[in-house]
Design a binder for this molecule. Structure first.
Ligand code: GAP
Length: 509
C-alpha cells in the first residue's frame, strides 16, 4: 500500500473526482468534519454494510439485527455515563489559537519516542546483519532502554491523571515533556478542560431543560434498552447477539483526516449477551472473529494489528482496538469491548425496570454481561479506499489509477461496453445489460474509445469489463476483462452471469 501525506491527498481528490465522497454543503464552503457520499461512495458503503450485516446476522443463528431510533430518552445518556463522562480533555495553544485533544498530544509524543526506538533497532539490524538478535538488543541497548523508560513513565502518569480527572497534571505533563504546538512550535498552553462530545437539541416547542435531548453518540444504547424486547420476542437464549447499523454523532474537538474522524458518522455494532464470568472467553473469541473478518477481504494481514487499551472506558473491563495502517499510520478501525453488566445494570437502576434474564440451564436470573464489537462504517470505507488506491505504470509506459476494491464490495460489478456505437453493437450490449442488471450492479457505457472507458472503470474499481464486439454478433461471445491483471478471456454471453456471480460471491470454500 502506498503511504504518506501526498498519497492521502490524492485519495481524497480521487474520492471527489469519481463520485465517492463530497464535502457536505460544499457550495457554502462545507461544514467541518461532515461528508456526503456520492453515487459510487454510497454504493460502496451499502456493500460494506451488507457484507457486515450478513457476516453478523445472516451467518450466525444466534444474532439478530435491529434498527433503533437516533433520539432516545435523555435518561438513557445519564444512565450510560455519557452525560458525566463522555468527555475529551482539550487544550488550546495561546499563540496559534489551535485547539487539541490533550491525550492526543501526549500519545503523539509517545509515538515519536517509539519511532526513535524503532530507528535505533533498524540501524542496529543493518549493522549486525543476520546475527542480529532484536529481542536482546531491545533489552540491553541503553538508548532504547532510556526511551522505553520515558514512554512507560509518561503512560503511567497520564493514565493515572486521566483516571483521577487530574487535568492540572495532564497540563504539567505536556509542559514537562516540552510538547509544542505542531502548527506554531509554541509551548504556550491554556489549562486543560473537559469537553462533552454529545450534540444536544430540544424536543417539542419548549426549550426547558426537561426537553433537552441528545443525538446518540453510539448506537449501542439502542440495543441495550431493547435487549429484553428482543430476547423475549425472539426467544433468544444466552449467549446471543443483537446487531445494528446506524448514525452516531460526536462533537469532535479536533476533526481531521477526512472521513476518519467525523462529527456525523455511522457505526456497525453488535452486543453479545453472555453469562457473567464467561465474558473474557467471549471477548477473546470476538477479537479473533473480527480480525478474521477483516482479513477475509483479501487485504494483507500486516495492515492490521491489535492495540490493547491502557485506559479503559468507564464501562469496560477489557478493551482492544483493531488498528489498520492508513496512509497516515496505524489507527483504530474497530473496538472490541468487554462492557460487563455496566449498561444493563445502570438502565435497570435508572428505569426501575428489571432487565434480568432467566437462564434455564442454571435456573438462575441475572443481568447478562456484554461483549461488543463496534466498527465505524466510514473508517472501514476509508481503509478499503486507502488500500485499494494504486497508481500504476503499464507496460506501454502509460499510467493508470486503479482501485483494487475487493470485487464483492465494488460499487459497480460489471461494465457493459459495446466496442463501437454502431453496427448493432449497442443493441447487443443492451440485451446483455438487461440480463445482468437484476443480479448485480452493472453500468452501460458507449461513449469514448474503449481504452478510456476501461480507465474510467478502473478508477472506480469495477472488477469486470464486458466488451461486445463484432465477433459477438457472429457467435454470441464477449470478452471479460479483469481489472487488476487486465487479462481478457472470451466467454459465451450466457456464461457471463454465472462467472461474475461466482467471482463476486461472499462464499468462501
Ligand atoms: N459503542 C462503543 C463505541 O462507540 P468507540 O471506540 O467510541 O466505541 C467505535 O467507537 C468505533 O466507531 C471506532 O472504532 C471508530 O471506527 C468509529 N468512530 C468513533 N468515533 C468516530 C468518528 N468521530 N468518526 C468516524 N468514526 C468514528
Amino acid at each position: 500500500m502506498q503511504k504518506g501525506e501526498d498519497i492521502f491527498k490524492k485519495i481524497i481528490a480521487h474520492a471527489k473526482e469519481y463520485g465517492f465522497i463530497f464535502q457536505s454543503s460544499e457550495i457554502y464552503d462545507g461544514l467541518s468534519a461532515v461528508y456526503d457520499y456520492g453515487q459510487n461512495g454510497s454504493a460502496l458503503k451499502n456493500n460494506i454494510k451488507d457484507y457486515w450485516w450478513k457476516s453478523m446476522v445472516q451467518y450466525h443463528e444466534n444474532i439478530v439485527g435491529i434498527d433503533s431510533a437516533i433520539f432516545m430518552h435523555p435518561t438513557v445518556w445519564k444512565a450510560s455515563g455519557h452525560v458525566d463522562a463522555f468527555n475529551d480533555p482539550l487544550i488550546d495553544n495561546k499563540d496559534s489559537k489551535k485547539r487539541y485533544r490533550a491525550d492526543v498530544l501526549i500519545e503523539d509524543h509517545m509515538a515519536k519516542l517509539e519511532d526513535k526506538i524503532n530507528k535505533e533497532v533498524e540501524k542496529a539490524a543493518k549493522r549486525f546483519g543476520e546475527t542480529f538478535d532484536e529481542k536482546m538488543f531491545r533489552e540491553t541497548n541503553p538508548r532504547v532502554l532510556a526511551n522505553q523508560e520515558k514512554i512507560d513513565n509518561i503512560r503511567t502518569r497520564f493514565v493515572k491523571a486521566l483516571d483521577n480527572n487530574d487535568l492540572k497534571d495532564v497540563k504539567a505533563l505536556i509542559e514537562e515533556q516540552g510538547i509544542a504546538c505542531p502548527v506554531s512550535g509554541s509551548k504556550n498552553w491554556t489549562d486543560v478542560r473537559q469537553f462533552n462530545l454529545m450534540f444536544s437539541t430540544q424536543m417539542g416547542s419548549l426549550s426547558e431543560d426537561a426537553n433537552l435531548i441528545y443525538l446518540r453518540p453510539e448506537t449501542a444504547q439502542g440495543i441495550f434498552v431493547n435487549y429484553l424486547n428482543v430476547q423475549k420476542t425472539g426467544r433468544m437464549k444466552i449467549p446471543f447477539g443483537i446487531a445494528q447499523i446506524g448514525k452516531a454523532f460526536r462533537n469532535e474537538i479536533v476533526a481531521r483526516q477526512f472521513i476518519f474522524r467525523m462529527r456525523e458518522f455511522e457505526q456497525m455494532e453488535m452486543q453479545y449477551f453472555v453469562r457473567p464470568g464467561d465474558e473474557k472467553q467471549w471477548y477473546e473469541y470476538w477479537k479473533e472473529e473480527r480480525i478474521k473478518w477483516h482479513k477475509s477481504l483479501g487485504i494483507p494481514d500486516e495492515l492490521f494489528r491489535f492495540h490493547d487499551h491502557d485506559k479503559l472506558a468507564h464501562y469496560a473491563n477489557a478493551a482492544a482496538d483493531i488498528e489498520f495502517e492508513f496512509s497516515f499510520g496505524f489507527k483504530e478501525l474497530e473496538g472490541i469491548h468487554s462492557r460487563t453488566d455496566f449498561d444493563l445494570g445502570a438502565h435497570q437502576k435508572f428505569s426501575g425496570k428489571k432487565l434480568q434474564y432467566f437462564d434455564p440451564e442454571t435456573n438462575e436470573s441475572y443481568v447478562p454481561y456484554v461483549v461488543e464489537t463496534s466498527i465505524g462504517l466510514d473508517r472501514m470505507f476509508l481503509a478499503i479506499l486507502s488500500h485499494a488506491y494504486k497508481e500504476e505504470t503499464l507496460e506501454d509506459g502509460s499510467q493508470r489509477v486503479v482501485l483494487n476494491i475487493p470485487p464483492m464490495l465494488a460499487p459497480v460489478k460489471a461494465a457493459i461496453l459495446p466496442l463501437m456505437k454502431k453496427d448493432g453493437l449497442p443493441e447487443k450490449a443492451r440485451e446483455l445489460m438487461d440480463k445482468l442488471k437484476y443480479d448485480f450492479m452493472c453500468r452501460y457505457e458507449e461513449k469514448d474509445a474503449i481504452g478510456r472507458r476501461y480507465r474510467r472503470q478502473d478508477a472506480i474499481g469495477t472488477p469486470y469489463c464486458i466488451t461486445i464486439d463484432h465477433q459477438t454478433l457472429e457467435d454470441n461471445t464477449v470478452t471479460i476483462r479483469e481489472r487488476d491483471t487486465m487479462q481478457q478471456e472470451r466467454l459465451h454471453m450466457d456464461e457471463v452471469k454465472q462467472v461474475v456471480l461466482e467471482r463476486i460471491s461472499y462464499r468462501r470454500g
